[in-house]
Write a protein that binds this ligand. Sequence first.
Ligand code: NI
Ligand code: MN
Length: 238
Amino acid sequence: MSQHPRPKFTYLGHATILCELPGGETVLIDPWVQNNPACPKELKELKRVDAVLITHAHGDHMGDAVEIAKKHRPKTVVANYEICNWLTQKGVENCAGMNLGGTQDVLGMQVTMVRADHSCGISDGDQTLYGGVASGYIVRLSGGFTFYHAGDTALFSDMQLLGEMYRPELAFLPIGDYYTMDPQQAARACRFLGVRKVIPIHWGTFPVLTGTPEKLVKALGDYGASCEVIGLKPGESY
Ligand code: NI
Ligand code: MN
């Protein structure tokens, strides 16, 4: 069991996580808030955003990135190189475009961009622009607490390598199926990663997203993996 101070995570619905660091700064992962139908109304007005992490370019992950960045002026906006170029063209400041395998310091955290098996086109008006590749993030806090946000991804066995190298204590994993892993695959991901706790994301927002936290609990049981499912509803915190 970890004694490291950990952030407070608030689930804003779909794949959007607001992470309040022990020092009071906040990191918004996948800024889809105002237009996110899963986000409770009372949480749509964010108080403070000190950094933004974007896993990939799809609208259900960065649909409100430009608006939020212009309003809250975060110190750093992290995404891949192509997305950051596009955001900068749209007037977003402080973009820090990186790529898979790289690590950068964000508010004293070590943020590593890691693989995700997914697409990453940028919708801009009626066009789809090349947006580099989709990613996830391993985030290591200065006190040692480490978590993984997988973004949108299929299951891949290199998650085992992420587990070995970074030993995340908590993972945010998509479970909805159709665009990403389903609960059966997510159960294997938990085992590959060696995480003790998982917070399911990317479920319930649209009818095609049929995976549920209950199905993940069952899949983990069937698979014999011991991992606690923290089934947050939009608006709930852990
Ligand atoms: Ni996506
Ligand atoms: Mn998505």
